[in-house]
Design a protein around this ligand. Structure first.
Ligand code: PXP
Length: 238
């Protein structure tokens, strides 16, 4: 399984002091050096962590793949068109949420997403969306011609290690199987850490996991290189 490292929270620490350090760009370099398959950032409308400066520099220096998580807005579409990251993953955004709270309701946003896709036509950007374990949402992703989906593992992670996590795990498995039948690339992410990722890595067909908070939290103690190596030792293909 591939690992995309989300470096948003390196920027969270920097923004806490409106300082220049730690730099998510340096963190991305260290993550790549450790073997990460991609770097993910979420440029939020409120710019609470990642800034446009980060995105521009990351676009220059990331040697693997840069995935931009973004809301379906005109502002973000313009920025994506200008920066041309390798891929974008559309996410919902609420101003006062601590983190992305659930998958994007593609069904309720079909027109807006269609418009976004049209505006990015001709750019070499792969487009996907972060969704809950919902077959209807997968059908909508197919209708829109999206390249990939990222299945929200947040509900599973919240319940882990309780028994109810099993139910969420089953929903993830069913969604992965269904999306693969529909020839979508299937990624996963949200709330995953060094323990709850173990049952997830057993699911065949998941292309990549996007993991942020737990890796950055560990990196604060052991360093980014080591934190990424440890996660790769758990989920990487060797
Ligand atoms: N995937 C998506 C779509 C997200 O919004 C986030 C959080 O920014 C992640 C993955 C990573 O989640 P976590 O920081 O909990 O690992």
């Amino acid at each position: 399984m591939k690992l995309g490292v989300n470096v948003d929270h390196v920027a969270t620490i920097r923004q806490a002091r409106a300082s220049k350090v730690p730099d998510p760009v340096e963190a991305a370099l260290a993550a790549e050096l450790a073997g990460a398959d991609g770097i993910t950032v979420h440029l939020r409308s409120d710019r609470r962590h990642i800034q446009e400066r980060d995105l521009r520099l990351l676009r220059e220096i990331v040697k693997t793949k840069l995935n931009l998580e973004m809301a379906v807005t005109d502002e973000m579409t313009k920025i994506a068109a200008e920066i041309e990251p390798h891929s974008i993953t559309l996410v919902p955004e609420k101003p006062d949420e601590l983190t992305t709270e659930g998958g994007l309701d593609i069904k309720a946003n079909m027109n807006a997403i269609e418009k976004l896709i049209k505006k990015l036509e001709g750019k070499s950007i792969i487009i996907g969306a972060f969704i809950d374990t919902d077959i209807e949402q997968i059908d909508c992703a197919v209708k829109l011609g999206l390249n990939h989906i990222e299945i929200n593992t947040g509900k599973y992670a919240e319940k882990w290690p309780e028994r109810e996590a099993e139910e969420e795990l089953e929903k993830i498995k069913r969604s992965v199987d269904y999306a693969l039948q529909k020839e979508l690339i299937v990624n996963g992410g949200h709330g995953l850490d060094y323990k709850n990722v173990i049952p997830i890595r057993e699911i065949t067909g998941i292309n990549e996991l996007n993991i942020g908070h737990s890796i950055v939290a560990r990196a604060v103690i052991v360093g980014m290189y080591e934190a990424v190596c440890e996660m790769l030792a758990l989920i990487g293909d060797f």
